[in-house]
Ligand binder design. Structure first.
Ligand code: MRU
Length: 325
């Protein structure tokens, strides 16, 4: 299933906030609708944000009005995944040539991400098999499947390929508080694919690794910095520390479009801080006492020294052997 596409003159997305209960497609008919979908995570995941950003620019070009303002606002809708700004910039280059040229670039980004997913899946599976053997119990965090890309995914494309090769024993899915991308989205995607999995609380990850119940951690990235630091969903750093303590591989799977050589290290990256209300309650119900103040960074930085390897659509970079992006 394509989770983002251009249909009848508009970007069409699967509304990820409605999953797993409803598979609801939403046509984004205005620039404000594109920005709102990005901000409330109706569309999310680094590669999907890149495609949405580019299609948002195409929509702005088609609708007319303050196109430069629209480009600026789409670009700033979320700060951390480099793919969004990059997708917007790539499409905006074609604005002087008119709507059709901008759309062609947005569709080219969509198609390239799709091919990248398949390539990452293949390369990632070969590496994880080499590092962790033939009967692999993978822990993954957040959602890195077709929903986060266009189809297939990044880390989840690797998991899927391992499954297709008969090398996967099970997937432990970390729930990913506070917005539950693991519990709502990854479980749903794995269920659709018929891949065996169990859901764990985020904080159970390092303990299960220490107990010998995980063979490899495989997850995605929102930005890969020049020194090898990886910015990804909050909680990734904790799993990396757990993997190091347990002596198991920690593998990052992400497309080249997520590599940002201008960010020298994780300290150069703007980490999105979301509304504290997201952690003051659960499933629409307040769980913290009234007056409690929330602090809600949406991403963290895993230092390169904790990472075994980064797999992209073009290369395998073995950090454990001294290689860097
Ligand atoms: O806040 P989100 O859900 O957009 O965060 C997404 C992640 O952190 C993913 O792990 C990352 O984008 C890689 S997705 C292929």
């Amino acid at each position: 299933m394509r989770t983002i596409d251009w249909v009848d003159g508009y970007p069409l997305i699967v509304d990820q906030t409605a999953l797993p209960d409803d598979v609801r497609f939403v046509s984004l008919s205005t620039v404000d609708a594109v920005i709102d979908a990005i901000r409330r995570l109706a569309v999310r995941g680094a590669p999907a944000l890149g495609v949405t950003g580019a299609m948002g620019v195409a929509l702005a070009a088609r609708l007319g009005g303050d196109i430069d303002g629209a480009v600026r606002r789409i670009r700033a809708a979320r700060p951390t995944a480099v793919n969004l700004a990059r997708g917007v910039d790539r499409a905006a280059v074609y604005l002087p040539d008119g709507f059709e040229a901008v759309l062609a670039e947005a569709l080219a980004i969509r198609d390239a991400e799709l091919i990248a997913s398949q390539e990452m899946g293949r390369r990632g599976a070969v590496l994880v098999n080499e590092l962790a053997g033939d009967h692999i119990r993978v822990l993954t965090h957040c959602n890195t499947g077709g929903l986060a890309t266009v189809e297939y995914g990044t880390a989840l494309a690797c998991v899927r390929t391992l499954h297709e090769r008969g090398q996967l024993a099970e997937v432990l899915v970390s729930e990913t508080r506070p917005l539950l991308q693991g519990a709502r989205l990854t479980t749903w995607e794995l269920g659709e694919l018929g891949i065996g999995h169990r859901l764990i609380a985020d904080s159970a990850g390092p303990f299960l690794m220490a107990r010998g119940q995980v063979d490899a951690v495989v997850l995605g990235a929102d930005r890969i910095c020049a020194n090898g630091d990886v910015v990804n969903k909050i909680g990734s750093f904790m799993h990396a520390l757990g993997a190091q303590a347990a002596g198991i591989p920690f593998v990052v799977v992400a497309p080249e479009s997520t590599v940002d050589m201008e960010a020298k290290s994780g300290s150069d990256v703007d980490i999105e801080e979301r509304d504290g209300s997201e952690i003051l309650g659960f499933a629409g119900r307040r769980t913290a006492p009234r007056g409690t103040v929330g602090l809600n960074p949406a991403f963290d930085v895993t230092p390169y020294a904790l990472i075994t390897a980064v797999v992209t659509d073009a290369r395998v970079v073995r950090f454990d052997q001294g290689d860097r992006p």
